[in-house]
Design a protein around this ligand. Structure first.
Ligand SMILES: *Cc1c(COP(=O)(O)O)cnc(C)c1O
Length: 345
């Protein structure tokens, strides 16, 4: 039985003893052996199988549990979509109000639907994610009944560390390399902390950004950001310092790939049975880029697939074919044999 990650890793999280977890059965996601590239063994961690479809649930179970424990009436976040969906679900589970502040017109519709069905209050602001985050930080500072649940909340990061614990438990040791997408940079910081705490040694971190939203590659803040990977469309990562530390201390690197490479990676994963959203595909695309440059080490390499594909149904329509072949009901066999011939030709 899945008990939720606070129950499973409570001894590692330094939580108050009488805290009651707010859980929807998050964590315990699969680590799937994907392929061997030479002497590198490639694993995919499917974080899209969390209850709201992204890794944000790991941080949210801890942050919302602590918010309720501390007497908050409501939680608030700025979001490119997945934090909002997760905050909305966990707040609903906890009996708290949720306010989610999103950059107007820039969030994929299914993520807004998720937030709305759980009863969150949606607020759109003119501007990008970074401006939305500045606004909610200010709001949470001025109101004691309102808890900020973005990844600048240290409980979010503690919860997200548990993904590193699971990888160490599954492999029996930390991997040699780990690739993940980097937006606001909370998650890469969490993995770094998590591997050091639980595995005693961290892998080389490959932090992948999208060209057009790659401040950590360029080494400067970006005020204009643009990419299909909306979950990492961020120009001023709040956890930039700890992300740089993760990369520097492990001999890793930041790299960025363009939207074409992100969509190609999404398609390649999907054609292998794994459907993820564009931001997650970026991590896989980035690792492939390193592989082409023959820069992969021998041993276990883990790619973090942060969010599931149905969270953004517009983007894959740029490459997936949704047109129906029509057929008479009594002619299905003839139709499929024609289609087979066509695809073989
Ligand atoms: C939030 C998110 C990211 C980026 O994580 P950060 O902690 O902001 O770097 C990547 N992919 C998906 C699917 C996300 O929801």
């Amino acid at each position: 039985m899945i008990r939720g990650l606070i129950d499973r890793y409570r001894n590692w999280l330094d939580l108050p003893q009488n805290l009651t977890p707010v859980t929807i059965g998050e964590g315990d996601t699969a680590l799937v052996h994907w392929d061997d590239w030479g002497q590198s063994r490639i694993w995919l961690k499917l974080e899209g199988t969390n209850p709201t479809g992204s890794f944000k649930d790991r941080g949210m179970t801890v942050a919302v549990s602590m918010a309720r424990y501390g007497g908050a009436r409501a939680v608030i976040c700025a979001s490119t979509g997945n934090t909002a969906a997760s905050a909305a679900a966990f707040a609903a589970r906890a009996g708290l109000e949720a306010f989610v502040v999103i950059p107007d017109g820039q969030v994929a519709l299914p993520k807004m639907v998720q937030s709305a069905v759980h009863g969150a209050h949606l607020i759109g602001v003119q501007g990008n994610f970074d401006q939305a985050l500045a606004a909610v930080r200010q709001a949470a500072e001025s109101e004691s009944w309102l808890t900020l649940v973005n990844s600048v909340n240290p409980w979010r990061i503690r919860g997200q560390e548990t993904a590193a614990y699971e990888i160490v438990d599954d492999l029996g040791h930390p991997p040699v390399m780990l690739a993940l997408p980097v937006g606001n940079a909370g998650n890469i910081s969490a993995y770094h902390q998590g591997f050091i705490r639980y595995g005693k040694q961290a892998p080389r971190f490959i932090g992948v950004q999208a060209k057009g939203a790659d401040p950590l590659v360029q080494g400067r803040w970006l005020d204009e950001v643009n990419t299909v990977a909306s979950a990492i469309r961020i120009g001023r990562p709040a956890s930039a310092d700890t992300a740089r530390l993760a990369v520097e201390q492990t001999g890793g690197l930041f790299l960025s790939i363009d939207d074409g490479a992100i969509l190609a990676a999404q398609q390649e994963l999907a054609h292998g049975g794994v459907f993820v959203e564009p931001a997650s595909a970026a991590a896989y695309g980035g690792l492939k880029e390193l592989s082409r440059m023959e820069r992969l080490p021998e041993g276990d390499i883990v790619v973090i697939l942060t969010g599931m594909g149905l969270k953004d149904t517009d983007t894959p329509q740029r490459w997936a074919n949704l047109t129906l072949t029509s057929s008479r009901a009594d002619a299905i066999v003839q139709t499929i044999s024609q289609m087979l011939n066509l695809s073989e030709a």
